[in-house]
Design a protein around this ligand. Structure first.
Ligand code: NDP
Length: 295
């Protein structure tokens, strides 16, 4: 079997085209969605992500602010900035880029963000809303993007057994929360696996939809996949590759070359889940602006 490749870049572009129309309609009614990103310190990877988020906003017509704070910022100082953003009418959603310097407790920071502006979806109020199927909550971008990829690729989710490998709060757990809901684009039977799961291959082989979010390069082999399954690879891992200019390449958690002979559809890395993540952040920001405007 030759699996269909689920093209995250293309789906992300389609979603951004739809979103830009919504943004234009909001602007016509006097509301420009606004997103702020707070960056504390000089972490190089974070700087790249923050720049990408700002550019994506600019391209689509979302007002954006990047707030750069020095590495030595105190927790109090950051909380004061969050308080300002909670009360800033131009900003409908914001996030604090992780990781934070060690003098700052990231849980205190997360709890200080007003849930209505928590477009990353990590505040306990949003976690609870997603678990309860309350559509006013903001789902975390990565699992939300995976759900949209499944829906937009025409994958039958209802009644399917979705097996998720990974139980993190940012991917695995919210992924299961989204897919198990009694709702359109959901109604799956869900199983979450992790490093203590016994007989992992036996369970992954039951998945009509298999979602790998472990952070272990090419861990999921072809014989762990049910023939005809839809495979979504969230993993983004750098592996050394002296033959490339950068000296490394990106691989997923799935052995892509072999897996595509068994699966009916599969996401590549890069070009799969990755491009969806920022798109879903933009999507959540637009929803936040709509909720704020009562639209
Ligand atoms: P975490 O490290 O927080 O979680 C990894 C999970 O995988 C844990 O639950 C862990 O189990 C489980 N796991 C690890 N090894 C095994 C194993 N051998 N067998 C079974 N389960 C295992 O990672 P994240 O959820 O943050 O990220 C997962 C991957 O997704 C990473 O590669 C990350 O880079 C990528 N990612 C990609 C994004 C994108 O935009 N494309 C966004 C976010 C993440 P346990 O809990 O028992 O330790």
């Amino acid at each position: 079997m030759h699996a269909k490749i689920i093209d995250g870049k293309q789906i992300a572009e389609e979603m951004r085209a739809d979103l830009s129309q919504e943004i234009e309609a909001l602007r016509q009614s006097g509301v420009t969605p606004g997103l702020a990103v707070v960056l504390v310190g000089e972490d190089p990877a974070s700087q790249v992500y923050v720049r990408m988020k700002g550019k994506a906003c600019e391209k689509i017509g979302i007002y954006s602010e990047t707030i750069k704070l020095p590495e030595e910022t105190t927790e109090e100082g950051l909380l004061a900035e969050i308080d300002r953003l909670n009360n800033d009418e131009k900003i409908h959603g914001f996030l604090v880029q992780l990781p934070l310097p060690k003098q700052i407790n990231s849980r205190n920071v997360l709890l200080a963000i007003m849930p209505e502006k928590d477009v990353d979806g990590f505040h306990p109020v949003n976690v609870g809303k997603i678990a309860a199927g309350d559509t006013t909550g903001f789902p975390p971008a990565t699992p939300f993007g995976v759900q949209q990829m499944l829906i937009r690729s025409g994958v039958e989710i209802s009644g399917a057994h979705a097996v998720i490998v990974g139980r993190s709060n940012i991917v695995g757990k919210p992924m299961a929360s989204l897919l198990v809901q009694k709702a359109d684009g959901a109604n799956a039977t869900t199983t979450i696996c992790h490093s203590r799961t016994k007989n992992l291959p036996e369970i992954t082989r039951q998945g009509d939809i298999l979602i790998a979010a472990m952070g272990v390069p090419e861990f999921v082999k072809a014989d762990m996949i049910k023939p005809g399954a839809v495979v979504i690879d969230v993993g983004t891992n750098r592996v050394d590759d002296p033959s490339t200019e950068k000296g490394y390449r990106l691989v997923g958690d799935v052995d892509f070359e072999k897996a595509k002979e068994v699966a009916s559809a599969i996401t590549p890395v890069p070009g799969g889940v990755g491009p969806m993540t920022i798109t879903m952040l933009l999507y959540n920001t637009v929803q936040a602006a709509k909720q704020w405007a009562g639209a």
